[in-house]
Ligand binder design. Sequence first.
Ligand code: ATP
Length: 355
Amino acid sequence: MRSPINALFGLFSRDLGIDLGTANTLVHVRGRGIVISEPSVVAIDKKTREVLAVGSEAKAMVGKTPANIVAVRPLKDGVIADIDIVEKMLRYFIERVHNGSIYPSRPRVVIGIPSGVTEVEKRAAKDAAIAAGAREAYTIEEPMAAGIGAGLPVNEPTGSMVVDIGGGTTEIAVISLGGIVINHSIRVGGDEIDEAIIQFARHECNLLIGERMAEAAKIVAGSAYPLEEERRVTLRGRDILTGLPKAVEVSSIDLREAIKGPVDEIVELVKLAVEETPPELIADIMEHGITLAGGGALLLGLDKRIAAETQMPVRIADDPLTCVARGTGKVVESLMEYQNALRAGQQMRRAAVTQ
Ligand SMILES: Nc1ncnc2c1ncn2[C@@H]1O[C@H](COP(=O)(O)OP(=O)(O)OP(=O)(O)O)[C@@H](O)[C@H]1O
């Protein structure tokens, strides 16, 4: 039973859903939608551990700060690397959402976290949210939140498959009756694809390019399957031999070959999850299709490639970059409805995390 005080808080509190991603943190506020989307970066003073900046401001400080200031990504490769900094980051975002509010609100918070995170880290994330001002805090695994955000019937006795391709990780889950039945996670995502383009430029074009150039080229002309009209993109950087600025035009065919390694790993993991899925659930997935979420879902032709290799229909979720955040927002609005999902489906899980 909720106490009258809690019920009163509930009337005024702006409950939050938070996607605590490796690359970006998004905050969804009840009734308002996504109000914060910032890089998961915190700039701290090395000596005092004081937080100097969070999000875009902290990211902009990378490489331009005095020696005593460091910019930290508190989540790395889908795990919490520094819980103390995560707490500080959460506190900053929660306070920012409530800044200027006329009500003394202590929100309920649902946090989407990578499924590779241990029980201890989950507990730590919840404690961090409470310490940061939350009244109640829950964690939910990212692929489950992505499924809810994509509008899949996660609570029904029907199989749904979600492939969430983020910056640092790819997570695959088969969901039924509010629980995760099959779960795989690898530390391969958009960042690895960017790195493959950097290596291609270095070895095939004698060109040094930065991460941002590689990501931009991936978005314009990276692909996982032959395109109806192949594209061209100019890579700009520094000539390895002369040290001078240089531009090289490459085709989407070149880039497809360049990123084959990480893309193949993602596709193989999807195939493995399909092979492990019980036949009755596979029949449902054949009917409704595999759903792709996360920024990596936007890689051109990835849907076609997965469809060709698994012989299953594949669809890209609407606005895949915000799927997890919107899912956490839905959960915090209906905690009772998603109680199975919040229990993270531990009991129902058959396959362990791959890495
Ligand atoms: N149009 C696009 N085509 C290909 N990749 C894209 C596109 N848009 C964004 N991305 C990639 O999506 C990735 C970020 O996705 P997302 O924000 O879902 O990750 P995250 O949730 O922060 O990471 P993780 O799930 O690993 O914690 C980046 O690698 C980015 O380059």
